[in-house]
Design a protein around this ligand. Structure first.
Ligand code: HEM
Length: 409
């Protein structure tokens, strides 16, 4: 029985993946004229897929598990034993509800307001800054306050160091990866203490911290303290990760002045700008899954246990799904788009599945930061604005050196 997903000739693609990063899957698909191929990574057989049809197949309800789908090194930094991403079925839906319930319009507004305050308190105006260095502490304080954690007691500089190491170290091997593992352990110890104190009454009522600390599993038992701590980190760390999109938004402001000038002065337009940043700039490269129930894709039969990588970045820039895919054009989001072609944070339904529950919060914070950046009319001195695609997660080489006009908005 032939498969129409071609098998690469190279016996193993691990080195090519490391070398080509974000472009590894899409480049091969383009060359082969397919939306997928088979190869081996770390000697394990894998199918690599891209494009809206692949995203739809990957995100069909109940089809995939995240267990055994990411290298252990990535898992150790971004997720952990007992965390929402490794659950399936009813247990998953129940835990996921904890995150989804936090994404109310009022809470999103509050996050934007706190971000604005912390942005102003950082006093970035009138001097040359490296945005990639400034934004971490701002977002760490934003995340802590939003969750209901007193920043003065939380050693925000240590927390920022930990969150950034987890985000930056996930796709690394070697000493920087091990440093990040060490910092993750430090962060978990801190988070367990925060949960303990919250359960002893220290969490503000109805705060995200209180929700995590008081969450009960379907049988009515409180989460083990270590699991609650991991879920607290699953709220805090990705809020700090939004800084990567904010740096990319600054990159777009500086390098696409014509797109900025053409942007209508409306709140939706800021959302379109943010969506275009999330679509076009490389952040979360692929999502891994293992098949639970078999299915067919492009004539290839997938069976239980098969390992699949869905190319998120390659789908967001798929030439069959997006006209002129590499052009930065916020206005393209004014029109209805194929929901399975826009997948920077996963796809499928919000209720079931594993699609990022923090997507609305991410969009809110990116839009708010874009408004703040635009209002401070940034000037960029000469610098290396390149974004190498072989580093995951990617970032502008210069870190975005900017001079923001006083007074800050
Ligand atoms: C899952 C991306 C921000 C919380 C995910 C997934 C991706 C992603 C690709 C996996 C989807 C899957 O397995 O199918 C991002 C990116 C962000 C971001 C690029 C930008 C910084 C956030 C924020 C939060 C958050 C702000 C929470 C406040 C989570 C959680 C999961 C998740 C809890 C696991 C969901 C599950 O397995 O059901 N995210 N995310 N993320 N994200 Fe995000």
């Amino acid at each position: 029985t032939g498969s129409s997903l071609p098998l690469l000739k190279a016996p193993d693609s691990t080195l090519s993946l490391l070398r080509e990063g974000y472009d590894f899957i899409a480049r091969r698909c383009d060359r082969l004229g397919t939306d997928g191929f088979r190869t081996r990574l770390m000697l394990r057989p894998v199918a690599c897929l891209r494009g809206p049809r692949a995203a739809q197949a990957f995100y069909a309800p109940g089809r995939m598990t995240r267990r055994g789908a990411m290298p252990g090194s990535v898992l150790a930094l971004l997720q952990d034993k007992g965390s929402v991403q490794l659950l399936d079925d009813a247990a998953h839906r129940h835990r996921r509800g904890l995150f989804l319930r936090l994404m109310t319009p009022e809470r999103l507004e509050r996050a934007a307001r706190i971000l604005r305050e912390e942005w102003q308190a950082a006093r970035m105006g009138g001097r040359e800054i490296v945005l990639a260095e400034e934004i971490g502490p701002i977002l760490t304080r934003t995340a802590l306050r939003w969750c209901g954690i007193e920043t003065a007691d939380a050693a925000p500089r240590l927390r920022c160091e930990e969150f950034e190491a987890m985000i930056g170290g996930a796709a690394l091997v070697g000493p920087r990866h091990w440093r990040a593992r060490m910092l993750r352990r430090r962060s978990e110890a801190w988070a367990r203490e925060v949960i303990r104190a919250a359960r002893a009454g220290a969490a503000p009522a109805d705060s995200p911290l209180a929700h995590v600390a008081q969450h009960r599993d379907p049988s009515g038992l409180a989460l083990p303290r270590a699991v609650a701590a991991v879920e607290l980190l699953n709220l805090l760390r990705p809020i700090v990760a939004v800084g990567r999109f904010i740096v990319f938004s600054a990159h777009a402001i500086v390098t696409r002045p014509e797109a900025l000038a053409a942007l209508p002065d409306t709140p939706e337009a800021l959302d379109w700008w943010g969506d275009e940043v999330r679509r076009l700039y490389p952040f979360f490269p692929v999502i891994g899954g293992r098949v639970r129930t078999g299915f067919d894709f492009d004539g290839h039969g997938f069976g239980p246990g098969d390992w699949v990588l869905l190319d998120l970045f390659g789908t967001d820039t798929d030439p069959d799904a997006w006209p002129d895919p590499l052009r930065f054009d916020p206005m393209r989001h004014e029109r209805a788009r194929d929901p399975f072609a826009f997948v920077p944070q996963g796809a499928g339904s919000m209720e079931g599945g594993h699609r990022c529950p923090g997507e609305a919060l991410t969009a809110k914070l990116v839009a708010e930061a874009t408004a703040l950046l635009r209002a401070s009319r940034p000037e960029a001195p000469p610098q290396d604005l390149g974004i190498p695609h072989d580093r995951v997660p990617a970032a502008p080489v210069s870190g975005m050196r900017l001079r923001l006009q006083e007074p800050l908005p």
